[in-house]
Design a protein around this ligand. Sequence first.
Ligand SMILES: [Ca+2]
Ligand SMILES: [Ca+2]
Ligand SMILES: [Ca+2]
Ligand SMILES: [Ca+2]
Length: 403
Amino acid sequence: MKNLVRPLVAISLVFLTLAGCGLLPQPAPTAAPQPTATESAPPTAAPEPTTEESAPTAEPAPVAPFHAGFDYNGDARSDIVLFTKNGWQAALSSGAGFDAPSSGPWTANLGMWGEIPFAGDFDGDGKTDIAVLNWNGEFWVGLSTGSSFDAEGSGLWASPAGLWGGIPLSGDFDGDGRDDVLVFTEKDGLRVGLSTGRSFDAPGSGRWNTPAGLWSEQPFTGDFNGDGKDDMAVLNWQGQVWVGISSGAAFDAAGGGQWAVKEAPWGGMPLSGDFNGDSKTDLVVFTPENKWKVNLSSGTSFDAEGSGDWNSAAGLWGELPTAGDFNGDGRADIALLNGNSEWWLGLSSGASFDASGSGRWQSAAGAWCDVPLNAADFWRFDHLTPNMQNLWEGRFRLSGCGQ
Ligand SMILES: [Ca+2]
Ligand SMILES: [Ca+2]
Ligand SMILES: [Ca+2]
Ligand SMILES: [Ca+2]
């Protein structure tokens, strides 16, 4: 039965995706001008050329054995930042709640409601930054000061990777310590913009080959083989995972291709993170049956010992799952925002998501229709949603977020 149902669902999804893709109405490109970044205004005030020159070869920047990711204040604990109709809100982790000092609204000179937000440590200073991809295919970046997103260097970042309609993902694909951007597109494959610290156009930027990735699949990123360079992968409708290992110049290094999985069912929400703390990024799929299907990376497959269903103290289907190392112990955890604007945490023990400290966390921010950047998977999921009208409006399938 299951085998019958799955292809049918998948086929109709693909069909609807194809049918919808050509028709995506641009959300009123002219109606909403790019915010004028009065404060930073660096677009033309050229980025320091020295940064660019020293970037690729100079220093093989130290590769942290583990970085929490989504750590906006640089204290080694992952936080939550939300893109809201009223600007950017930070919910900083204290290790036991999302209400550490400096939580609340953060100023930034970017982000119109309707643009696609994402996050990464784009200047490599240890504090996660924010960015949006706008309707002109431009990347606007807000560098974190630790309490705002308007550090020097914020503004428009040039890149050959920008393309509206693509899905932006971040990762340090060349392993230089600065997160780069990857845009997964329907017609143009993968475009990578390598960060110089002031732009996404370092040498090597452009189209990258990969054995993995069709538009109808769900992409995610992480350092799956643990060599210090982030890789990309897709989950396809057959429950297969295909991996593109980064060589630093393409996603076609040895070791890529189809990887065995423990169980990665299509129809769930894939999230990546280092759930057992061995420095190799793993995959978890949250399913409509409220199961957490953990697929641990061995470096060459996603079925390392310890893979399987993990118990969790949190997570009901319909809530919005995110991943990050919220208590800073080196293992990625899960956090879910529910319809009551509550955060529920499942902290990783290395074998389950119910370690001590799990449960409801108080938070200074996070309302149901806000967009938590950790849930980048949300966008990846959305582009397959049958009722989507475009990438942005897809989010309004969330209960109660309709227009
Ligand atoms: Ca933090
Ligand atoms: Ca990089
Ligand atoms: Ca890698
Ligand atoms: Ca943790």
